[in-house]
Design a protein around this ligand. Structure first.
Ligand code: SF4
Ligand code: SF4
Length: 341
């Protein structure tokens, strides 16, 4: 037996969550060709379209682009520090993909490693993630190469599986997920299935083994030659998490704020002296690959990538990660399953 909900009932339920004061973030069409995860104004905005995934990442729900950490006021020679009010509203992310959901446990490690990030963890505790299993994929998806897939429940509180009649099977995975759907579904014998997903195209262990010995490989410049350094790859990636902290304000006081940053930006590692240890774009591309397949795995025994394909899908020159990994596999003569020493 399964539990199902009709598309109309699901939309009604989303409307009820909004009325209850929850922030609900889901895919919405904001322009004819543009779908983004946005805080929904009403349930009618929600777009659960299997074919078009949002251009941005659901990470914005727990790690906003811009966030005030604390305020400060100068009074003579005294400085008064005022904590920013913590986020308080419970929120639901609906329509995330398995590759978005799988990114959250990856981010959890980063924001709880050397210190517990209060703002991130508060948002994470307030968030319930309702994931839509994928029935279709596009040419940029490579989740199956990284051990995930279109029905992967990792990171989700509940999953929706589209049925051919337009309704959804609901599988709750945590107490938070059950709390959203209990009493709103019907018993059924219909079972939703995720799609088969993309054929695996690379072996992440072989890539990791290659990186151990090829930091100085001259081909990095060729593999990354067309990169513009725009940072769209990192900003739309569900696992990228670099940020900068700056003071904003004036003589009377201001605020310490945290803004997203990206390793692909030329100023990211620029020193005050003028020296930049990653002074060329190919060095910055190399860093992104090393962070995801060598540095993060060394520290946390996991890969800093879910294979969502956003970095290539959103790249103005169709670069992102997968073409570089393909070049490593081909150019570095790594066959899937073969580790290079
Ligand atoms: S890989 Fe593409 S998206 Fe990323 S910085 Fe380079 S040009 Fe921009
Ligand atoms: S690196 Fe690219 S494919 Fe991997 S999680 Fe980030 S956006 Fe997705």
């Amino acid at each position: 037996m399964s539990e199902i909900i009709s598309a109309a009932e699901l939309r009604q339920l989303v409307g009820a969550w909004l009325v209850q004061g929850r922030r609900v973030i889901g895919p919405a069409r904001i322009k004819p060709e543009r779908v983004l995860f946005v805080p929904l104004r009403d349930a009618g905005q929600l777009l659960l379209d299997d074919c078009q995934r949002p251009a941005n990442s659901a990470k914005e729900a727990v790690f906003p682009r811009h966030e005030k950490l604390y305020e400060f006021r100068f009074q003579g020679k005294q400085v008064e520090i005022l904590d920013a009010p913590p986020p308080a509203a419970p929120q639901v992310v609906i329509g995330a993909r398995p590759c978005d959901a799988a990114a959250l446990p990856i981010l959890d490690r980063v924001f709880n490693w050397d210190c517990r990030d209060a703002h991130y963890n508060r948002r994470r505790d307030l968030t319930t993630l309702v994931t839509l299993a994928c029935r279709q994929h596009d040419r940029h998806c490579f989740c199956t190469s990284l051990g995930s897939g279109p029905g992967d429940p990792c990171g989700s509180d509940a999953m929706l599986y589209g049925l051919d009649d337009g309704n959804y099977e609901v599988r709750t995975l945590t107490e938070k997920g059950s709390a959203l759907f209990t009493g709103h579904t019907h018993a059924s014998d219909k079972v939703g299935l995720a799609g088969p997903g993309p054929q695996p195209v690379l072996d992440p262990h072989a890539v990791g083994a290659f990186l151990k010995t090829h930091f100085e490989d001259p081909r990095w410049a060729r593999w990354s030659a067309r990169c513009l350094g725009c940072g769209a790859c990192a900003c739309t990636c569900p696992t990228c998490h670099c940020f900068d902290m700056v003071d904003e304000g004036g003589a009377a006081g201001g605020a310490k704020v945290r803004n997203w940053d990206a390793c692909q930006h030329a100023l990211f590692t620029l020193h005050a002296s003028g020296h930049n240890p990653r002074g060329t774009q190919w060095q910055r591309q190399r860093q992104r690959v090393y962070h995801k397949f060598h540095i993060y795995p060394q520290k946390f025994s996991a890969i800093l990538c879910t294979g969502c394909g956003n970095c290539t899908r959103n790249c103005p020159v169709q670069l992102g990660l997968l073409p570089v990994l393909n070049a490593i596999q081909g150019g570095g003569r790594i066959a899937p399953g073969e580790a290079v020493r």
